[in-house]
Design a protein around this ligand. Structure first.
Ligand SMILES: *Cc1c(COP(=O)(O)O)cnc(C)c1O
Length: 836
């Protein structure tokens, strides 16, 4: 029995016990039955991001597509038969939505809009306009555990305040009859899955008759029925997103309690569907006459501007039917997902390191066996045996390799992050000042996480989704007793190395051009000649494109002919190839062949010369299926003004790097791949080729990981040398096969077990070229012999963060030890992935 089967069997037993307290939850087996057929997009994937969106079924897409093919749907604003058909379907779907929420159409209306955020904004705009009309302000109280879409209203209110649960409870229970105000909170936290009392809305109405309640139900309704049958207790406004309930269509709704709807009529804008009659469209605004008569009646009549998204509304009708057919209603989905939630919470809480410390910090003090207080969404961070945190971005990278889909970061819930990660406002401000922004790579600052990992379940989640997650955490994050063999298994260093292979990447992020044997290649302070001198830029964003986003770039093969001075670019199976002269005066050409434009590399603005020839941009756009074009970065000796970030050892910040991500030259030791490949083979994986590391120079070094201690490589045939700057941090991009552009888990999975420092994976060394005294230009050729000089481990100041050294311990599959702190003094500002 493999470890996974054993774990799954154990979890299955536990789930059976849990399900006894959720009587209608026992449909795990049923979902397993139809999941492959209904959700083919999930094959081989562990999808744990239902709080962001759940997934649509194949039968839903089939039903929608056959309906659209069979019937003629006109614009609902016309009066012809096709138009009336659409109007009829929209009217019916409105009723079905209300029925789904147990909301009586006599008392409630649904306003269709883009998403939850748009629904919230409709309410906010109306409040702002109302206060403008009556020349008074409005008060806003918002729960601290809110999504940013509720936080945004704060800037429109006259006074606003964020309240935690206790203060919110006190607030709704205190009487006040004068001021107008809006109170908003999530039914379920999008971050932690904690649920907040639906009763607050009714209590508020009793105690504060001029206050309104806005419930953000987007998080709750993914897995749980919302019941609005009690009109007196229902929130005034409920915002939700239908794609979060059914996976499709991309549509949102605002459920309005009709008795509370008049304030929404204050909204100022009108247009399309919301106009009853335009009296005088062109009169002067200051003459005080109305432009148009608005529609009155039900809220949707005066709030849905323009043509409603009618195809989506028709699809929503099918989504409700299909979902009901597959799952038998949200009540059952709720029981099923709560049961899986109990299983995952208990399993993660049980994960301990060998010293007994917990592996998982779970950000909730509630349990999903209590569905009033906790849903099937969880936020967490992982800890190492010494209690320090694992960076959530590192977890994301490894999870991606295992095809586990999770959400990480600030989770659009600043209040939740502050509370659970225990970040003070001061620390948030300091992080911001230091450059932290939503969605960037900074996952730990001063040892504290800047966000969290979120996992969430949906109707089609199964036991295997839980088992795969737990097995992933066991595999990578639970410390096991390792066999550490401290004696080197390799002969002592011979101090001599050879240049085994030289590669440049003339077009950044495209295939390598290997320098032919017997060819000397120019080498300069900013790196090898023509390395990353060209790049592709996206026509929409203007950004320099990289392989992370566009793996197919690996198939574009540039080559350089020094005799003819031509760069040729080809890509199989395309029949044509491009030929670009290396020496053309780009700017003074009579018919300009390029134009200057601003672009971005690793967050830095760079000015590139984009080729304006249509043929060139069409060739790349057709080859990649992405609108883009070729650009050149002027190869000025100063590296065009981009310099190495100075977190690397000895980097004084003055080393030019042009379009290279991090440093002028990347060096790897071919020997170091051997133990990695041995470990991969031992786990029946496919061995990796050295090309995945996209180095400039492959050194045939004396023994694996010897490069950790290299200080300098001196050319025997000249007085120039390569100075090593520090280890290169890796991400899952090393999993892209450079011949086929296909992804696989290796070598990242094995490297993350063999070679991690603080959860970061390192392979290879950054370097820079130092010419002999007379020039900063030299040359290099395959076979060149190099003398290695080593870091003096005894005298080196360890605080200066010398390269990651394993001392005398060679790192092999069975001698996995954490190497000492490398030269990264502070978190790199950008992903230090040298897959350029
Ligand atoms: C997803 C979500 C939102 C935002 O929904 P959009 O569809 O992106 O507008 C708001 N609040 C909560 C609780 C959510 O889960």
């Amino acid at each position: 029995m493999t470890e996974y089967t054993a774990l799954r069997a154990d979890l299955k037993q536990r789930l059976e016990v849990i399900e006894r307290s959720f009587p209608s939850a026992c449909y795990n087996a049923r979902v397993e039955d139809f999941r492959e057929r209904e959700y083919p997009q999930l094959n081989g994937v562990t999808y744990l991001d239902h709080a962001a969106t759940t997934l649509y079924s194949a039968s839903l897409i089939d039903a929608v597509s056959s309906d659209l093919k069979k019937n003629l749907f006109g614009n609902p604003h016309s009066l012809c038969p096709s138009s009336l058909e659409t109007t009829k379907r929209i009217q019916d779907t409105r009723v079905r939505v209300l029925e789904l929420l147990n909301a009586d159409p006599e008392h409630f209306d649904v306003v269709f809009c883009g998403n939850t955020t748009a629904a919230i904004k409709l309410v906010a705009d109306a409040f702002a306009a109302h206060c403008d009309n009556v020349k008074s302000g409005f008060e806003y109280k918002v729960h601290t555990d809110s999504h940013t879409s509720l936080v945004g209203i704060r800037s429109m209110a006259t006074n606003s305040e964020a309240l935690d649960s206790n203060r919110m409870h006190t607030f709704v229970n205190s009487k006040q009859i004068n001021e107008v105000g809006l109170m908003a909170y999530p039914a379920q936290s999008n971050m932690t899955g904690q649920r907040h009392p639906l009763s607050w809305a009714g209590t508020l109405r009793r105690n504060r008759p001029r206050w309104y309640s806005l419930l953000d139900a987007a998080g709750l309704v993914t897995t749980t029925p919302l019941d609005l049958s009690d009109v007196a207790a229902a929130p005034d406004f409920v915002a939700l997103s239908f794609y979060k309930m059914f996976g499709y269509p991309d549509l949102g709704g605002l459920i309005v309690r009709k008795a509370s709807s008049s304030i929404l009529q204050s909204r100022k804008y009108f247009g399309g569907g919301t106009v009853s009659f335009v009296v005088n469209p062109f009169h002067h605004a200051s003459d005080g006459l109305p432009h148009a008569i608005r529609k009155s009646g039900d809220p949707h009549e005066y709030l849905e501007d323009g043509t409603v998204p009618f195809h989506s509304i028709i699809a929503l009708d099918h989504a409700i039917s299909d979902h009901n057919r597959l799952y038998g209603g949200f009540k059952r989905i709720s029981q099923h997902t709560q049961a899986l939630g109990c299983l995952v919470l208990d399993s993660l809480n049980a994960r301990k390191h060998t010293n007994g410390t917990p592996v998982v910090d779970l950000y909730t003090d509630k349990h999903p066996n209590d569905p009033d207080h906790q849903g099937a969404t969880f936020a967490l961070n992982l800890r190492k045996p010494d209690g320090s945190f694992v960076g959530f971005n590192d977890v994301l990278k490894l999870a991606s390799v295992r095809d586990i889909h999770i959400r990480t970061g600030g989770l659009c819930n600043p209040g939740g992050v502050t509370k659970w990660v225990n970040l003070s406002e001061q620390e948030m401000r300091e992080n911001f000042a230091a450059g932290k922004r939503c969605g960037d790579e900074w996952d730990l600052m001063n040892g504290k996480p800047t966000g969290a990992i979120r996992i969430s379940f949906g109707a089609m989640s199964t036991l295997d989704d839980v088992a795969r997650l737990v097995s992933f955490i066991d595999e990578f994050y639970v410390e096991k007793r390792r066999h550490v063999n401290a004696t080197a298994l390799f002969p002592p260093s011979s101090n001599v190395a050879r240049v085994g292979k030289i590669s440049i990447y003339p077009v950044k992020s495209c295939a390598a051009f290997d320098i032919p044997a017997n060819t000397s290649w120019k080498i300069m302070a900013q790196g090898l000649e023509y390395d990353r001198e060209f790049c592709l830029i996206h026509k929409g964003t203007g950004k320099v494109m990289d392989m992370k986003m566009y793996p197919k770039m690996a198939l574009i093969r540039p080559s350089i002919d020094l005799d003819t001075q031509i760069l040729s670019i080809s890509c199989k199976p395309a029949l044509t190839s491009l030929r670009i002269p290396l020496h053309e005066n780009l700017s003074t050409h009579s018919h300009p062949i390029t134009k200057k434009c601003n672009s971005k590399v690793c967050g830095d603005i760079v000015v590139v010369q984009a080729y304006s020839d249509k043929w060139i941009s069409e060739w790349f756009s057709d080859t990649l299926g992405i609108p883009c074009t070729l650009a050149r970065y002027p190869s000025a000796p100063d590296g065009g003004g981009r310099y190495m970030k100075n977190h690397l050892r000895q980097g004084n910040g003055e080393i030019p790097i042009a379009l290279r991500n991090e440093s002028p030259i990347l060096v790897v030791n071919r020997e170091s791949l051997n133990p990695v490949n041995e470990a991969i083979s031992a786990s029946a994986g496919k061995a990796s080729d050295i090309s995945v590391f996209r180095s400039n120079i492959v050194i045939d070094g004396p023994k694996p990981f010897d490069e950790d201690k290299w200080l300098q490589l001196e050319f025997r045939n000249s007085s120039s040398s390569i100075q090593l700057l520090g280890p290169c941090r890796r991400c899952h991009m090393i999993c892209i096969d450079q011949m086929t552009a296909e992804r696989s888990p290796e070598p990242f999975v094995t490297l993350s077990k063999l070679r991690t420092v603080n959860g970061k994976v390192y392979f290879g060394q950054h370097g820079t070229f130092i010419g002999d005294s007379s020039s900063q230009i030299g040359s290099i050729k395959v076979g060149d012999e190099l003398d290695i000089s080593y870091i003096d481990l005894d005298t080196s100041d360890t605080d200066s963060g010398e390269s990651c050294s394993s001392g005398s311990t060679a790192i092999t599959a069975d001698t996995a030890v954490d190497i000492t702190e490398p030269a990264v003094k502070q978190e790199p500002a950008q992903p230090s992935c040298v897959l350029q």
